[in-house]
Design a protein around this ligand. Structure first.
Ligand code: MN
Length: 242
């Protein structure tokens, strides 16, 4: 199973989760929300696990943590993966739009200077400005738009730009998202849980809920589950070999 966007450090007992057999065998992108969380979160996965810790600065925290950008730049050479980053245009975050733009632009420039990274990106109510900034930073790396909720027009632009998409079980519940998933190129999709933020059946999403996304994608594409599972693993291999 693949969980390409999980906030492992925000579960109340992360070591409990990483220690579970099912979680140990999963390919996980353990995203962080602040550069200062990077060191502690990197120490969570057991040795030889398939968990990769990701350096991030969440757009919802941009105004509070903009001062941590030097720390971000200091750690950047230690990882191939960056996230959670991006822009958030929802009502509560819009007042800090200027700070969000500064942080995201800085991070994209830093990633370009480092030769490009694999990035997990939030584009909630901000798909157009996210795609605009990715367009002006073509060397920043591979962008994976997580939990994409933009329009079909915005999706088309993102696809043309070469973006990837990670899809979770919560996203599968909306009809609009199902239509979006149907339009995502089959060779540019991965699964995620976005736990513990996302909810599945009114409870906190657990890492293995990414498996529900495989089933949901298979239904939307009218394909057998094991074929979709095979495809997702081949996508992951392609992505990391870039
Ligand atoms: Mn997230």
């Amino acid at each position: 199973m693949i969980d390409f966007h999980r906030h492992l450090d925000l579960y109340s007992e992360p070591s409990n989760i990483t220690g579970q057999k099912v979680a140990r065998n999963m390919y996980v992108l353990s995203v962080t929300t602040t550069p200062s969380a990077w060191c502690g979160t990197s120490a969570l996965p057991p040795r030889n696990s398939k968990i990769r810790t990701v350096l991030g600065l969440h757009p919802q925290l941009a105004h509070q943590r903009i001062g941590e950008l030097p720390l971000f730049d200091r750690y950047l050479s230690q990882t191939r993966y960056v996230g959670e980053i991006g822009l958030d245009g929802s009502k509560d975050c819009k007042p800090y739009w200027k700070e969000q733009l500064s942080v995201f632009e800085h991070i994209l420039s830093s990633c370009s200077n480092e030769g490009g990274k694999i990035m997990s990106i939030n584009s909630q109510r901000a798909a157009t400005p996210v795609v605009d900034l990715l367009t002006t930073h073509p060397q920043a790396g591979v962008a994976i738009l997580h939990w994409f909720t933009g329009s079909k027009g915005e999706l088309k632009r993102a696809i043309e730009l070469g973006c990837w998409f990670s899809v979770g079980p919560t996203m599968l519940q909306s009809r609009k998202s199902q239509e979006i998933i149907n339009l995502i190129p089959k060779d540019r999709i991965l699964t995620e849980s976005d736990g513990p933020f996302a909810k599945v059946a009114k409870r906190m999403a657990m890492p293995w809920d990414a498996g529900l996304a495989v089933k949901g994608i298979a239904d939307i594409w009218s394909m057998p589950v094991d074929e979709v599972d095979h495809l997702l693993h081949s996508n992951l291999r392609n992505l990391v070999s870039k």
